[in-house]
Design a protein around this ligand. Sequence first.
Ligand SMILES: NC(=O)c1ccc[n+]([C@@H]2O[C@H](COP(=O)([O-])OP(=O)(O)OC[C@H]3O[C@@H](n4cnc5c(N)ncnc54)[C@H](OP(=O)(O)O)[C@@H]3O)[C@@H](O)[C@H]2O)c1
Length: 218
Amino acid sequence: MRIGIVGAGRIGGGAARMFARAGHEVLVSGSRDPGELQPLADEVGGRAATPREAVQFGEVVLFAVPWRAVDDVLAPLGSLEGKIVIDTTNQFGPGGWQDLGGRTAAQVNAERMPGARYTKSFNTLTAGFQAEASRRTGADRVAMFYCGDDEAAKAVVGGLIEDAGFVPIDLGGTADAAPMEAPRREGALYGEEYREAEAREAAEALRAGRALPPTPKY
Ligand SMILES: NC(=O)c1ccc[n+]([C@@H]2O[C@H](COP(=O)([O-])OP(=O)(O)OC[C@H]3O[C@@H](n4cnc5c(N)ncnc54)[C@H](OP(=O)(O)O)[C@@H]3O)[C@@H](O)[C@H]2O)c1
């Protein structure tokens, strides 16, 4: 698929490498001059351009910018109509974690991206850990949680998560995203390594409205 990366930093750059390794076409962008991203573009066999071009290029857009920059980045992007968006952002602002008044960060960002086929993923594990874990095989493979309100978009994103080297675990809609969102805390999945069996058990518990089983230790 054609994947436009908006914010090719630690998370976006890492995702670009994983998607390219799986044979996807990648375009990387950030706030800087595209020329500065050329080494990364060369590494992933793709192109470097502006965020707006990344959106025009991508059937899928991976969105990986700091929370505080979201509105500024979205403003010049143009229409996201029909684009499958994978949002990786976590709600950390100047004073640390942001309380969103009972809404999930996924709900807040989905609203800020009208027309987009919004999903959220690649946000619960550090960029360094993702790079390492994406190369694992068999029973050691790591779960990547995702959510969204558009089932067809989620099916595409589930496939891309698998291509990136993870086990996709569907946590439901944007209203169900809280357990996969910051901060790291007791009773949440955010920041924790899960492998397939425990991840499926956790997702099942959340669907049934039960407390999460204890966080796995490997
Ligand atoms: N780092 C992690 O381990 C991790 C883990 C999970 C989730 N996340 C989340 O993923 C998101 C990205 O984090 P990161 O660590 O990858 O950040 P990062 O390494 O600082 O990269 C941020 C990217 O956003 C771009 N950017 C910033 N302001 C911009 C603007 N106004 N217009 C266009 N592009 C802009 C930067 O471009 P330039 O470099 O060209 O300025 C850079 O490509 C954050 O929301 C974070 O909470 C991070």
